[in-house]
Design a protein around this ligand. Structure first.
Ligand SMILES: NC(=O)N[C@@H](CC(=O)O)C(=O)O
Ligand SMILES: [Zn+2]
Ligand SMILES: [Zn+2]
Length: 430
């Protein structure tokens, strides 16, 4: 089966848009020709998509997501999460192990893969836990988890509190060429605080989460990464202090990488309108100073990639208020339009930079074959209408989660078609 995408505006090596015609054969990009492509009469076994001059990028990659299945199917399933990802233009996603049971056995890794295959929408890469049950007490069987298909080890949702445990994990991961991905949070510095230290916490009488609670783990782990030689990847970085430590570590050649979420680039604690748990996430929204440090770090490459940390929760759970509600917001369906509108349409970033941080860079950091639009690459492609403007309406989400702080935001740059392995898995016209 052949697929042709004509009239595709594709970024060239110089970051300029050029009209191309993309030919796909058996799920792989066969050739990319200059020009819009002839309006060829449709042959029986050829499907033609006319991109009509819209942007076509390598499929977006999201290396930090929560799909909730098994155990929390009322929040999301692998199928609904995959559909939400596809609608957001993502073709490859890496899912966190904080399900119930936790993805801490080969059997659970296989279950995630099977469910993802059944859904048949996007590529789902499972992470496995560092410690059994993410309890921080005993390492999982790294060899068996790798063998089953896990792409890295992480206890996302909680920090690994014990330094020796983390060092042992890194040593083991290094010996098998696997990365350790860390949720950086020192529990003793957080103790039930729902939001960051700052104006909002003071005004509403909440205990605040201090910046050190994140940075102290980042600093500890960088030293452990230096000692063990592991590829150490910091989850959802959010503070000026963590960034300073990561920048220094990179400068002296320690193998550390990191990621950032759109909300930590766009919102600060000053933007929280009131005690509404759709503004509660971990890490919390920090100060404007932190936001500025994050933006600068993404721009200079200290922060390698953009992830959503898509973390759906039910409306009932989020209605419990700032103290009782769980941390987390959904991310797939607003990520690209948010960043495009805030940073590219305003002229601060090139379109090339935004696309790179969501495609080629995650592929490089995690050694994936995805992330490029070239002959021989998998035909994972995203069509994006940079002119389309509309408001965020959580009721229209494909995700079960409605928990977003961006309701009503008027954004440009919406994905319209998502192709995975040469198959159209989502289209706004379907
Ligand atoms: N980010 C969040 O606020 N929540 C995540 C956990 C996590 O990413 O640490 C979740 O699983 O809900
Ligand atoms: Zn986390
Ligand atoms: Zn997470």
């Amino acid at each position: 089966m052949q697929l042709i995408i004509r009239n595709a505006n594709v970024l060239n090596e110089n970051g300029q848009l050029e009209l191309k015609t993309i030919y796909v054969q058996n799920g792989v990009i066969d050739k990319v020709e200059d020009g819009a492509g002839a309006d060829m009469s449709v042959e029986a076994d050829i499907k033609v998509i006319d991109a009509n001059g819209k942007l076509v990028t390598p499929g977006l990659i999201d290396m930090h997501v929560h799909l909730r299945e098994p155990g929390f199917e009322h929040k999301e399933t692998i199928e609904t999460g995959s559909r939400s990802a596809a609608k957001g233009g993502f073709t490859t996603i890496a899912c966190m192990p904080n399900t119930r049971p936790i993805t801490d056995s080969a059997e659970m890794v296989k279950l995630v893969q099977e469910k993802a295959k059944e859904a048949g929408l996007v590529n789902v890469l499972p992470y496995a836990a560092i410690t059994k049950g993410e309890l921080g007490r005993e390492l999982t069987d790294f060899a068996a988890l790798k063998e089953a298909g896990a792409i890295g080890f992480t206890d996302d949702g909680v920090g690994v509190q014990n330094a020796q445990m983390m060092k042992d994990a890194m040593r083991k991961a290094t010996s098998m060429g696997m990365p350790v991905i860390a949720h950086c949070e020192d529990d003793s510095l957080v103790e039930g605080a729902p939001v960051a230290e700052g104006e909002f916490a003071r005004k509403h009488g909440f205990k605040g989460i201090p910046n050190e609670s994140e940075a102290i783990h980042v600093g500890r782990d960088i030293l452990l990464a230096e000692a063990t030689g592991v590829h150490y990847h910091v989850c959802h970085v959010s503070t000026e202090q963590s960034i300073r430590l990561i920048r220094q570590a990179k400068e002296i050649g320690i193998n550390v990488t990191t990621e950032i979420c759109p909300h930590h680039l766009i919102l600060s604690e000053e933007d929280i309108p009131g005690p509404d748990a759709n503004w509660k996430m971990n890490p919390p929204l920090r100060s404007k100073r932190d936001v500025d440090a994050c933006i600068a770090a993404l721009e200079d490459g200290t922060i390698d990639i953009i992830v959503t940390d898509h973390a759906p929760h039910s409306e009932e759970e989020k209605a419990k208020g700032m103290l009782q509600a769980p941390f987390g917001i959904v991310g797939f369906e607003t990520a690209f339009p948010l960043l495009y509108t805030k940073f590219v349409a305003t002229g601060r970033w090139s379109l090339e930079m935004l696309v790179k941080r969501m495609t080629a860079d995650p592929a490089r950091v995690f050694g994936l074959s995805a992330g490029k639009l070239a002959p021989g690459a998998p035909a994972d492609l995203t069509v994006i209408d940079l002119e389309q403007e509309r408001s965020v309406d959580p009721k229209t989400f494909a995700s079960k989660g409605r928990n977003t702080p961006f309701t009503g935001w008027k954004l440009k740059g919406w994905p319209t078609d998502t192709i995975v392995g040469g198959k159209l898995v989502w289209s706004e016209t379907l």
